[in-house]
Ligand binder design. Sequence first.
Ligand code: GCU
Length: 652
Amino acid sequence: MDVDPAWLPPALFRAVGSRRTLVRGVGELVDTVHGEVATACQRFGGSLARGPRDGSCDLVLDLSASGLGDEDFTLSRDGRTTMVTASGGRGLLYGLFHVVRLGEAAFGGARARETHRPALALRMLDHWDNVAVHPVMGQVERGYAGGSLFWKDGRARPEYGRVRAYARLLAACGINAVAVNNVNVHDTEAHLLTDRVGEVALLAAEFRRYGIRVHLSVTFAAPTVLGGLPSADPLDAAVRAWWAGAVRDVYEVIPDFGGFVVKADSEGRPGPFAYGRSHADGANMLAAALAPYGGTVHWRAFVYDHRQDWRDRTTDRARAAYDHFVPLDGEFAPNAVLQVKHGPMDFQVREPVSPLIGAMPRTRLGVELQATQEYTGQQRHVCWLGPMWSQVLRFRPEGEAGAAVGELARGGLVAVSNVGDDPFWTGHPLAQANLYTCGRLAWQPDAEPRDVLGEWIGLTFPDAPKRLVDGLHAVLDGSWRTYEKYTAPLGVGFMVQPGHHYGPGVDGYEYSPWGTYHFADRDGVGVDRSRATGTGYAAQYAQPWAEVYESPRTCPDELLLFFHHVPYGHVLHGGSTVIQHIYDTHFEGVAEAEEARRVWAGLTGLVDPARHARVAERYEEQLHSAREWRDQVNAYFFRKSGVPDGRGRRIY
Ligand code: GCU
């Protein structure tokens, strides 16, 4: 199979490709714009000129406007000619893709001048790709879409056609940065920074054509493992000089290199703690090496004790990022971004927003999402995450009068990629919607997620009949909540099989060192994170949230078990008891998945057969897994509590 065109099928270019277009300006990205329009014209019979205006074109793409940022563009139409202007090549490219998205609508009537600009300057995907196959994690850590696009069995892939197609898709949804290797930097991958940087440079050349800068994940121990130094102490002059030299060499071959991503003192990775230094010391050392070239260090805040004793109730993993980093506010260099997972734990189907976001006003925060569905069905289940991400981005840590997360993410929005060498890119063809949604929400964090989904549907399935559009909305719109219903209840999280994290394992992590517990016993379930009687996590929030989360009386139902340990008979705001809610949602979730499978089956003939079959096959697995979740979770809580289902359904 050829590369799946995803949200850029050729038919989409008809409106542009059948008209007369003029492209003005010079530069690599202008060449890309020119190439895109030329291909479209070849296909649809339009014409393309380059140079001064000849007065007779339908579309002008003009790189000349002043006063716009590099990524901004304007769009206007005087009734005869549609005009896109930009000051930078990226802006021109985004302007072209905007016109492509509009299709015929870009060429009808007059249109007053609109200025488009991304809300966030950095819109990034992190690939957790290993160069060498890792004995446990494989080629792509938490990858559910086949192998890596970039690496295979220890080497760079020899051909870059797919990388180019990928870069094009990313640019078309607004992504402008990519990290090409796993945050867990193993031995082989460490060398991408030094003797194997040439392979990264080849990737960077492909991404550059589409305005995307490449970043590398690096190991904090690089000076010792690569440079042979006795220490990696960030305040040691020899260590600093080593980094400065390494960075200089990278920029020699990748002049627009984006910078580093660093996972330090996290899940066993090396970091500054070994030298008695702070995370600001560590990040600032790398920031200093990158600063002369305009690079950025993305320092991850995912720092917690992963060797905790489950008997110890005083340690709360949810508290960790805040406890580690808030005291360092104001100490990070301007080109250091503190990259924070959106929730305090680890990409669960439901978590509160991390209390770190909003608590470090003098630090550039980047917010990290996970497009790869590690805990949300691993691209075997349909789970469109747009509504969850939108809720996070619209959350206001200081209440209604304060800024939203989407505004506080001054360091950008980063998503862990869900793509691999799978013919459909994402394993589950419908998981492409998650990737697209990441890009568009990073461009406009307050966008209505359902509109973004509508856009994705319109682009991926051009000229779709209403029945198909409705069907796609029916299976995708509510899929996140459906997934939530048949998995871990009321924000309690996890309950997955250890290690690979797929499928139910209610006590999978209950007696483990990872800090992810639900504390179910015969009387109740949930984690007391209140200030009054629990771990004090709720008090990490500003008001009004600290108070809202403090008491089960005010805590939102969907987060109840994240914040409180309650008896099974506790009555939710929604009116039912916790135990009855668990039973009801698990039956409902499976019923909703069954209904989605039925809707999908009814779309045969409206979707190309290979895509339809792939989704249909995944629905079989989703159903099998959802029933397993329902029956295991319900049986577990029935056996613990002894409380029968109020509606008399079968519980094992
Ligand atoms: C999760 C995930 C790991 C990953 C880690 C991280 O714990 O399971 O595979 O390395 O997050 O974000 O660093």
